[in-house]
Design a protein around this ligand. Sequence first.
Ligand code: NAP
Length: 253
Amino acid sequence: MINNPLDFSGKRVLITGASSGIGRACSILLSELGAKLVLNGRNLDSLKSTMSLLEGNGHVLAPFDMADTNGLCDWVKTLTKEYGYLDSFVHCAGIQITKPIRMFEKGFFDDTMHVNLASAMAISQGFRIKRDRSKQGSIVFVASIAGLIGQTGNTVYGASKAGLMSLTRGLSMELLRDNIRVNCVAPALVETDMAVRTKQSMTDAQYQHILNQHPMGVGEPKDVANAVAFLLSDAAKWINSVPLPVEGGYLAN
Ligand SMILES: NC(=O)c1ccc[n+]([C@@H]2O[C@H](COP(=O)([O-])OP(=O)(O)OC[C@H]3O[C@@H](n4cnc5c(N)ncnc54)[C@H](OP(=O)(O)O)[C@@H]3O)[C@@H](O)[C@H]2O)c1
């Protein structure tokens, strides 16, 4: 019998942002690989739509607002009480609002940092406390190439994603003694609702400029899900602290 390191049978995985785009693609793939999922987002109807696309059974819905960073640690502890220990989690939830510096205001900055960054720390805090330390745990954050490059009007979003990469490095060391690996993926433009909103926030010429920077075209959500599943799985059991670009050659261009 072949031991498949990408087999998630018997593993319970929390996925934030599961109601749409990359989070939905991760949910579908991980269910196909045998995982039992805890699906998070805010929109219950969209979460149910994701649920209807999954393989297997035993998946549950867990709506919660990632902006409530004070409540997140307890929320994760409640999840483990209700559904058993989590083996790993993928943090896909995120917001992107294009705003040049002349439109800067603190509320927008705080919202972005809470939903994209502080939430990752708070979920990790809850995950670390309530788990079976005899098994290796795994965390994957969904960052962005925006955290590696400069983009006009995308500075605050980029800072939140650069923060996620830094958090990946810090937590990968801090959680070693808890037997947890921490990695992240950094996608370029992927065809999701977020990309549609980004397109709507700029002129056709500006969007075309972004498309031209993708030598292999824009990505599909599944392209990111494949990388997430690998980093989350036992196939990556000796990979820690990695920010994996998933960007169709964007950075080489
Ligand atoms: N698409 C791209 O080009 C691209 C590129 C690089 C990185 N990313 C990153 O990939 C991740 C997924 O984005 P996507 O492209 O799949 O976008 P999307 O289709 O807009 O999905 C965003 C997800 O985040 C959830 N979310 C947003 N705010 C939330 C909140 N306050 N509480 C709970 N959930 C919240 C949404 O759930 P509800 O609507 O149900 O609340 C939704 O499931 C994000 O972190 C994004 O920054 C995307």
